[in-house]
Every structure is written in structure tokens, then in C-alpha cells.
Design a protein around this ligand. Structure first.
Ligand code: SF4
Ligand code: SF4
Length: 323
């Protein structure tokens, strides 16, 4: 769907811009103030989901919204709300990793004329990896991390510089992380979405929440001509033509099946069993995202509490933090 591609690529270039802007922001401080100053945009905190989980625990149990990276929590909650209301749409509409993987498997499909898929048992086994990773993080942070440790983490310089550490990680990629990323990129030319399908704990969490979403792909068997196109085009390889509704946590609400269905009225995204006109679901997805971000901004939980002086003091320490 062209609208989804538009949103995906707008978000992709926006994230690229945020990364470049963060790099220029850091360069200003590293140059001792000689390089021009560029502001840092809080949107980069979307890339701190583990810290956001700690922040969520702090909010729920200590009653405080972390002022250092409030946008991390706002965006995390926005994406959870997206999953609850509009399935795992974060993955196919907003996630930059999902966008890169989608481009690669489409290139692979063109190059080789087909894509591969693991045997059924191996596919299921590999899919369980992302749930294991999710359980690991839930146990580590939600269950085992004492509230005092939560407060300590959020007050530490490591958390204050988490976005800048992440930038360093990506610009100085080497060793095992580099090999892993290259391997995943190469695999994406042969298999659909290996990271999203098998390894992403964020996607696993959103998929579980999407079980409760009132939005579902619904097929009307009275109108359907059983051509099987919907199943063939589904990036998540779901048996759409065999189901009345799609409840799978793998459904990302990408609407590819609906777009390709040749029979008007046979397939639609539906809310509480009522089929939606094609333009409504994209509006819902973008509207939830915009509302979440606006709520964060208007409530004063968007900009960091860190000052220019804090960054001037902490940025030189970044290479030492966490070692
Ligand atoms: S069932 Fe339809 S909306 Fe869900 S992932 Fe497959 S193609 Fe996308
Ligand atoms: S693409 Fe449409 S008509 Fe074909 S099987 Fe799927 S729902 Fe039925």
C-alpha cells in the first residue's frame, strides 16, 4: 500500500536525520564548543526500549516519570498503545529495521525469483527465540530489578548518555556486533524479515499485546473466491485464505493481503467485526502515533532535563561509561 510505504520512508528518513543531528550535537561538545551547535531531538529516544522499560517500572512503582529521557517512555507507551489498538502496526509502518528488511527481501525476491523459508519445525523453533529474549528482559527488569536499583539506573550518567552511547555503538561497529548485523542483512536477501520474525523481543511484546486488539483482518467466506492470493502475498506467511479472522501475533497490519485481494468485500481490516474502509486503518495508525507524541509534548514529558552544562561534563566521559 503506497500510504504505508510513504509513512515507512518518512519515518526512515526522519530517524536518519535524528541520527545525523545527534552526531553533530555530540561533535559540538567533543570539539570543545568549536564546531557549530545543533540541537538534539528527543525522538532519538525511540531507540532506547530497554531503558524505557526501566522507566515504565519507575513510573508505575515509584510514581515518577523519568525527566532525563521522558520521550523514551512516551514513545514506548505510544507503541504499546498502537499494538493494543491496531495490531503490531509499529513493525510494518514505523520501525526502521522492518523497513530495511522489507527492502532487502524485496530485492532478494527480484534477484533470485523466490525467497526461502525454513522447515516448519525450524521456523517455529526460531520464532521462540524472540519470546525467550522477551522473557529474559521481563525477568531482569520487571521481576528482579529492585526499585532502588531502578532509581539508581535512571539517575546514573550511563542512562543520561544512553542515546549517545548507542550512536557510538553504531558508528564504531566492529567484531561480533558487526558480523551479526551483516549476517542478518545478507540473510534478509534470502529469507523474509529474519530479525523481526525470529529475534526481536520488542516485536514479540507488541505481538502479545496485539492479541487484545479489536482490529483484525477478517475474511468473508461468502464473498471470497478462494484464490489464495492473500496467503501468497502475506509477508508473515499467515494462512489468510483459511481463516475467518487473523489473530496471529505475527500479523503486522501491513494490509498487503487486503490490497491484493481481487474480490471486493472479501477481505478487510475490521474493528469489532466491522470492516473498515481502506483509508481508516492508516489514519488510525498515524493518528495514534501523532496523539502519543503530542500528549508527551503537551504534558511536558518530551524534552530532557539535562542542561548544556550536563552534556559538556558527561559527553567526554561516554567512552568510560559502562566499562
Ligand atoms: S495477514 Fe494481512 S495485514 Fe496481517 S501481516 Fe499478513 S498481509 Fe499483513
Ligand atoms: S485474496 Fe481475497 S478472494 Fe482470494 S482467497 Fe484471499 S480473501 Fe479470498
Amino acid at each position: 500500500m503506497w500510504l504505508r510505504l510513504l509513512v515507512q520512508w518518512a519515518l526512515f528518513f526522519w530517524c536518519l536525520l535524528l541520527g545525523i543531528q545527534l552526531g553533530l550535537f555530540v561533535r559540538h561538545f567533543q570539539s570543545g564548543g568549536n564546531a557549530p551547535y545543533y540541537p538534539r531531538y528527543p525522538g532519538v529516544e525511540a531507540f532506547l526500549p530497554i531503558g524505557a522499560l526501566v522507566s515504565l517500572k519507575n513510573w508505575l512503582f515509584n510514581g515518577q516519570i523519568d525527566p532525563v529521557h521522558p520521550a523514551a517512555l512516551v514513545l514506548f507507551l505510544t507503541f504499546l498503545a498502537l499494538a493494543l489498538l491496531s495490531r503490531k502496526s509499529f513493525c510494518s509502518w514505523f520501525c526502521t529495521v522492518g523497513t530495511i528488511e522489507e527492502v532487502l527481501w524485496k530485492i532478494g525476491q527480484r534477484l533470485w525469483g523466490r525467497l526461502w523459508q525454513p522447515w516448519f519445525w525450524l521456523d517455529r523453533l526460531l520464532q521462540s527465540l524472540k519470546y525467550m529474549l522477551l522473557i529474559f528482559f521481563i525477568k531482569l527488569i520487571v521481576l528482579d530489578m529492585p526499585l532502588a536499583a531502578v532509581r539508581g539506573f535512571l539517575a546514573a550518567p550511563y542512562w543520561a548518555m544512553a542515546d549517545i552511547k548507542m550512536l557510538h555503538f553504531f558508528v564504531s561497529l566492529a567484531g561480533i556486533p558487526l558480523v551479526t548485523i551483516v549476517l542478518l542483512l545478507v540473510l534478509s536477501l534470502f529469507f523474509r524479515n529474519p530479525w523481526c520474525r525470529y529475534l526481536c523481543p520488542y516485536g514479540a511484546l507488541l505481538g502479545i499485546l496485539s492479541f487484545f486488539s479489536p482490529a483484525r483482518i477478517r475474511r468473508d467466506p461468502a464473498v471470497c473466491i478462494d484464490c489464495g492470493t492473500c496467503s501468497k502475498v502475506c509477508p508473515a506467511r499467515l494462512p489468510v485464505d483459511k481463516k475467518i479472522q487473523i489473530l496471529s501475533p505475527e500479523c503486522t497490519g501491513c494490509l498487503t493481503c487486503v490490497e491484493n485481494c481481487p474480490q471486493t468485500g472479501a477481505l478487510a481490516m475490521a474493528v469489532f467485526k466491522r470492516p473498515l474502509p481502506k483509508w481508516v486503518f492508516p489514519l488510525l495508525v498515524v493518528g495514534i502515533f501523532a496523539s502519543g507524541v503530542s500528549a508527551g509534548m503537551l504534558s511536558g514529558h518530551w524534552q530532557t532535563s539535562l542542561s548544556y552544562a550536563d552534556y559538556r561534563r558527561l559527553i567526554p566521559l561516554v567512552p568510560m561509561l559502562g566499562h
